[in-house]
Write a protein that binds this ligand. Structure first.
Ligand code: SAH
Ligand code: SF4
Ligand code: F3S
Length: 457
């Protein structure tokens, strides 16, 4: 398909799945002549890929649309025009309302239908109002996308699983992303092979419940029935060029023995694992419909550490869920101390319309919730600094991703996703090299290439 050159600006909010989707939207639009623009101001097409997870995340859409309105008017004035699309989870949840409330929006597309962007854009050039597409059809989407992708350096996200059937009582994802669905193994492998051929060394397999993965096995596989995530990981480890594998986000309920074993038998699977727990009180876990207890979560962590002694854990926590007492919160603090997180996100509960939590009795006073968040974050900050400091003196393999801020410096990631910088040649970008760690802050490590004596400050 040949096309005149047009510019595209995609703004991405929310989780890694949205980052992946934004890259795939760019791939879908590339054959139409759309090339990336640095800012939305002068772009022919602006896509806001939105997140619905917390109230603040959702509100960002309407404030951004307010800003874009002026740019669109300016471009209408000089005859160049601007098409504005809303994609992602707010689009899925509130598509019709967005079309009604924000006339500046030309089209709305959900997370499972963005492969239809070319026809939707063509449609908006005929008439606004019809361009709302929020069906759930992940099969059709991935079939339409195909394996070929532009890559953004040596690491890549690859969605392998979509949707969620867990219905935690605080969460909108089952409503915005639809039911759990897994991609066929061959389709995933084709995408990762193409990425490896273009220089990708690390893949992060994505899914809202990635460890619930149960994909159609590859053609010719011996065993019947779908493959679990552990089988998929071992299979990907065989792809030439792929040196590191990660996956996120997992649910404690779907942690099976085979997946724990994969951490022991697959060295390419990185020893850093994101396993959100949300709370430490069994009463609150039950009200959240998490379907496991605090002790069961701690048992999984212990088994992971037994399988892989160098394992580090990250997580997510919510404070101020309806009914949470001081005692419940203390149990969250106790669980946090028991785990010792390398890193952990923590949030104040946000009441999401349409979820069961929104109408539960005992909504927590915002001041009480922020006080709890502060106490939790103080503890998590100490844990993260402590974990980073414990790397000093060690030699870690670092996958270099880009040049550093200072001349002669290069920057990459440790197995634990810590940002690492050191002096070194740019020729190492895209490769893994050992770095002896000499310094640590809460957010980054520094050191020197193993064998080099000169240390980067
Ligand atoms: N599927 C993943 C995470 C999805 S959302 C999982 O099951 O863990 C990412 C994180 O956002 C969640 O882990 C949770 O900590 C947080 N979150 C989700 N809904 C929220 C809400 N209503 N209020 C506050 N935090 C929320
Ligand atoms: Fe949301 Fe729970 Fe599903 Fe995670 S498992 S996406 S928190 S409903
Ligand atoms: Fe947000 Fe949707 Fe991801 S609600 S966190 S962008 S799945």
């Amino acid at each position: 398909m040949s096309a005149t050159r047009k510019t595209l600006y995609i703004k991405t909010y929310g989780c890694q799945m949205n980052v992946y989707d934004s890259q795939r939207m760019r791939d879908v639009l590339n054959p139409l002549g759309y090339e990336p623009a640095d800012s939305p101001d002068g772009a022919d097409l602006v896509i806001l890929n939105t997140c619905h997870i917390r109230e603040k995340a959702s509100e960002k859409l309407y404030s951004e649309l307010g800003r874009l309105k002026a740019h669109k008017a300016a471009r209408a004035g000089d005859g160049s025009g601007m098409t504005i699309a809303v994609a992602g989870c707010v689009a899925q949840a509130e598509g019709a309302e967005i079309m009604k409330r924000a006339p500046v929006v030309d089209l709305v597309v959900g997370p499972q239908t963005y492969h239809k962007l070319p026809e939707l854009i063509a449609q908006t050039h005929r008439a606004r109002g019809e361009a709302l597409e929020t069906e759930f059809e992940p099969d059709a989407k991935f079939d339409a996308l195909g394996p070929s992708r532009q890559n953004d350096g040596p690491t890549a996200f690859v969605t392998v699983q979509e949707g969620c059937d867990k219905f935690c009582t605080f969460c909108v994802v089952p409503y915005t992303r639809g039911a759990e669905w897994s991609r066929p193994v061959d389709q995933i492998v084709a995408e990762i092979r193409a990425l490896a051929a273009s220089g990708v060394r690390e893949v992060t397999l994505l899914g809202q419940n990635v460890n619930a993965f149960h994909g159609e096995p590859p053609a010719g596989a011996e065993a019947d029935g779908p493959w679990g995530l552990a089988q998929l990981v071992r299979h990907i480890a065989l792809i030439g060029g792929i040196e590191r594998i990660r996956f996120t986000t997992s649910h404690p309920k779907d942690m099976d023995d085979d997946l724990i074993a994969a951490f022991a038998d697959t060295p390419k699977l990185m020893p850093y694992f994101h396993l959100p727990v949300q709370a430490g009180s069994d009463r609150i876990l039950k009200a959240m419909n998490r379907s496991h207890t605090a002790a069961e979560y701690l048992d999984i962590i212990a088994r992971l550490r037994a399988a892989r002694p160098d394992m580090a854990i990250s997580g997510d926590m919510i404070v101020g869920f309806p009914g949470e007492t001081e005692d419940d919160f203390e149990q969250t603090m106790a669980l946090t101390r028991a785990v010792g997180y390398a890193s952990c996100f923590s949030f104040i509960y946000s009441r999401r319309p349409g979820t069961p939590g929104a109408t539960m009795p005992g909504q927590v006073d915002p001041d009480v919730a922020s006080d709890r968040l502060q106490r939790l974050q103080t503890l998590l900050g100490e844990q993260q600094r402590g974990f980073n400091a414990s790397q000093v003196g060690k030699t870690l393999p670092v996958l270099f991703e880009r040049s550093g801020r200072r001349d002669g410096q290069i920057q990459g990631r440790s197995p634990y996703l810590q940002s690492v910088h050191c002096d070194g040649p740019e020729s190492l970008i895209g490769q893994i090299a050992d770095v002896t760690i000499t310094g640590a802050t809460q957010n980054a490590l520094s050191g020197h290439l193993a064998g080099n004596t000169a240390s980067a400050a």
